[in-house]
Design a protein around this ligand. Sequence first.
Ligand code: FAD
Length: 466
Amino acid sequence: MSNDIKTQVVVLGAGPGGYSAAYRAADLGLDVVLVEKRATLGGVCLNVGCIPSKALLHVAKVIDDAKDMASHGVTFGAPKIDLDKIRSWKDSVVAQLTNGLDGMSKMRKVKVVNGFGKFTGSNTLVVNGADGDTTITFDNAIIAAGSEPVNLPFIPEDDRVIDSTGALELKDIPGEMLVLGGGIIGLEMGTVYAALGSKVSVVEFLDQLVPAADKDLVQVYSKYNKDRFNIMLSTKVVAVEAKKDGLYVTFEGKKAPAEPVRYDKILVAVGRKPNGNLMDATKAGVTVDERGFINVDNQLRTNVNHIFAIGDVVGQPMLAHKAVHEAHVAAEVISGQKHFFEPQAIPSIAYTDPEMAWVGITEKEAKEQGLKVESAKFPWAASGRAIASARTEGFTKLIFDKETHRILGGAIVGINAGEMLGEIGLAIEMGADAEDIALTIHAHPTLNESIGLAAEMYEGSITDLP
Ligand code: FAD
């Protein structure tokens, strides 16, 4: 069966980028078709990324918090883990959000076509779905095809080797688990499995976990987690042998054990690769680089005037909120508005325990770019709220332009760091200087107060910290 559809805008991929672009375009009065190969909308983020991982991290947090309470007078029994129920809780969270997108698509009259889409020309796309092929003729296209996990070729195919999607399935709780890759996704999933009872090791090729973050932030995280994870930095996996009784891993590098080590499961979390090469974009004249990224300008336009690309497929940082903002710009440009994607700051958050969060420039980047910056760091050991919460390991750091004292970046490590980061992002976008932040009255006692206090430290009005 063949169907033909004509539309002003076709959006390929219904992740945070794709559905946000489709909805904004529809809200601006355009006729929109949204193509998605998955059975549900929401892309990686809602189905197998941001959302299910946070549902499981919530479970992990409650378990860990309950354990911590013993030191201040409340002891709970050992947690009884019902994996089926935890899985259903996670699935129900995902379903609530993906079903919500179905409703939002209907409300906006966005036509959803289910199936795998491939370009056949500069204004045509064919979607291969359960009911056969649908040919879509479009005036404009937005490619929002996202990314997928990177595999390592030397690791054998085995049920016990999983990626982030496999880890979120939560089939069992392995006794010994190796997380290969010390980035955000690996550490978040490691946090979940450690709370559920796995003994988790993390191996990272570089000399720092979460390499994009400043070292001081990561040091706090690593110190807090020294008993929770066996962290092997500057070390790499060179071979994995699948045997009946487990996966035997050979390491090389600074912390490499002398003999192969047995694990019940390996989570490979070494990064994600863009899906730019999978939909015959070149047949529409769109240039895709050898890694699968699609180059765009600051209006998200590809080298073909009426074809745009957004989200993970256009490059780093591969984050849902970046995709959403790019989506809005692309849809607005198609509708005739003169908008640009030129953010001052894109927040990054590791929802680990403690959380690590940063926005704007890091000290590492400032150094690389030769910028003259100064920073102020407020230690949470001096925060009443952190002390009352028995979580004083964190700090709040603000980075200022040395001459203008304008804020250029900020980083927080500690509980709820991710929730606190928004204020710093806003300050950067608004061009606030240290005085603006210091003179803003922050409520006491909050962790947020530490942002105001860091600015006061920079201004020199606080000098007597412990
Ligand atoms: P995607 O979400 O990847 O969506 C692309 C969609 O396109 C997919 O549904 C795919 O099926 C579809 N598609 C691709 N090609 C075709 C085709 N040819 N035809 C039809 N459909 C197609 N980001 C955050 O900001 N915060 C987080 O906390 C966070 N946590 C994460 C946790 C994990 C475990 C993972 C894996 C990722 C996480 N991310 C997080 C990253 C985030 O999920 C991505 O940055 C985001 O989903 C990118 O959105 P996107 O719209 O570009 O692409």
